[in-house]
Ligand binder design. Structure first.
Ligand code: RB5
Length: 190
């Protein structure tokens, strides 16, 4: 099933949001447009909270926000526990925000980007945090080891993996997660 991604903007981000909604769909996501729906002046926190609440409660894993500078939206979204909203004005920053910071809300400064730049930045949402990749590798190692007969290391790895997944669900900081995965990986390979 396509991942649902909530996206919201104020009047300054409205035009670019319209374009990014289409882009999300063409990337294979299922966009949830929480507004605003015109150039008429609105209060940006209303839209930041709509997106951030969905990420905070786990209803959605990630979200996108746009305002003039990106700053107001990021301040409001980051008040929500578990939300890591990052303002990205280049694709490189968006890439690093995913890879190094596990950002789960991408915020774009719409008044400082053209459509093309906005789309290029949005595409970086597809980058997975390395911890997420690691979990797949550990699972594969485990499957192979189980195929050869269960060992203590496999059982321990299973336990650690489960703990890491619980942390992931609770939105624990990625550094803690990555440490859990490294331990699980080392155990699985013993
Ligand atoms: C709206 O004029 C503007 O202040 C808003 O879009 C945003 O830049 C706030 O951070």
């Amino acid at each position: 099933m396509a991942e649902a991604i909530p996206i919201g903007a104020d009047h300054a981000g409205f035009q670019l949001k319209e374009r990014l909604v289409k882009e999300l769909a063409s990337l294979g996501y299922s966009p949830i447009d929480v507004g605003t729906h015109s150039d008429e002046s609105v209060d940006y926190p209303d839209f930041a909270h709509r997106v951030a609440e969905r990420v905070e409660t786990g209803e959605n894993t990630r979200g996108v926000l746009l305002c003039g500078t990106g700053l107001g939206m990021s301040y409001a979204a980051n008040r929500h526990p578990g939300v890591r909203a990052a303002v990205a004005w280049t694709p490189e920053i968006a890439h690093l925000a995913r890879e190094h910071n596990d950002a789960n809300v991408l915020v774009l400064p719409a008044r400082f980007l053209d459509e093309e730049q906005g789309v290029t930045i949005l595409r970086e949402m597809q980058i997975e945090h390395p911890a997420a990749k690691m979990v797949v590798e550990v699972a594969k190692t485990q499957e192979e080891a189980v195929g050869d007969g269960t060992t203590t290391a496999v059982v321990i790895a299973g336990e650690l993996l489960k703990q890491a997944e619980d942390l992931l669900e609770q939105n624990i900081h990625p550094t803690v997660l990555a440490k859990g995965y490294r331990l699980a990986e080392a155990e699985a390979q013993r």
